[in-house]
Design a protein around this ligand. Sequence first.
Ligand code: SAM
Length: 344
Amino acid sequence: DSVHIREDLLRMTELMDGFKASKALFTASKMRVFDVLHSRPGLDATQVAHEIKASVKGTECLLEACVSLGLLESKERKYQKPMYENSDLARRFLRSDAPLSLQGYIQHCNELVWPLFSHLESAVREGTNQYEKAFGRKSDDLFQDAYYSRHEVKLRFMKAMHSMAKITGKAVATAFDLSSFKTACDLGGCTGAMAYEFTKAHPGLSVTVFDLPGVVDMCGHFRPRDADNRVSFVTGDFFKDELPKADLYILARILHDWPDEKVHTLLSKISDACTPGGAVLVAEIMLDGRTPYAALQSLNMLAQTEGMERTESQYTNLLSKHGFGHVRVVHTMNFLDALIAIKI
Ligand code: SAM
């Protein structure tokens, strides 16, 4: 019994301290601790403090917290301060120049999601996002008024989407056999990171990325060195403008931003543009009783957007109203699941 109590208390401590762990990670990432220790492994706390222009006392606390979370490793030395280096996890995901770097997404969590979550109680009471309380600005259109209100905020949002799309892109692109499709349109395809994963996985496929003009203007900034010329960009508003013709429409982390009415508007436009045999590929984390990740991500959508995460059957129902059926779902074990539905 005392073993159970100890395990339960440990679990409760983990939950109560989750926010401290997140903020320690966000702060170390923002202060470039992982980049400093990547270029100069083996520094002690005084040297790291000098590099990141911070107090020695504060840096010691932060570095030890990172060690306890498995983000750094420390080597004890006799009569000298311990030396620090990145753990494998930090080398893989926290250096800003790692191919699968999460740094862009972590900064988004720190600067945008964190302030919104401090108003979670209001979000729950009101059932709406908390932009006005957190940032003093009302947002009628989530993207144009909130995410893209200022250039540096837009760039930060794009970096966050880019890092997530690079991590999830291959799993989504290879979830289904897409060899019968020649053209795809990635609606709200942002920096093109997902589109490049699709062309890499499917040599016969060309992808048009469709996004708002202010986003497409910046996509050169994110162009991979070996960029494939089968990826092209078109500007427009997917609720108002004509959609490019394609065999396959990709919706990666789009539907979760919007309430059902707006999802219907978008799906009806896709249905008009899509010929029978064409398809929609939805990439979202599905709320089907897996890890807490999906449910917590839905709270995130509540505080941040007009939407929510949905279950497989909710997506199936929404799509069926617009003539899409023969639904198949793949749980990728990555941050996104994939669902494909065929136009009948
Ligand atoms: N699909 C990308 C991914 O998975 O990384 C980005 C997802 S992000 C949550 C939503 C995207 O939809 C942004 O790139 C945004 O600019 C775009 N978007 C929002 N409203 C739009 C609109 N009305 N027309 C076209 N694109 C829009």
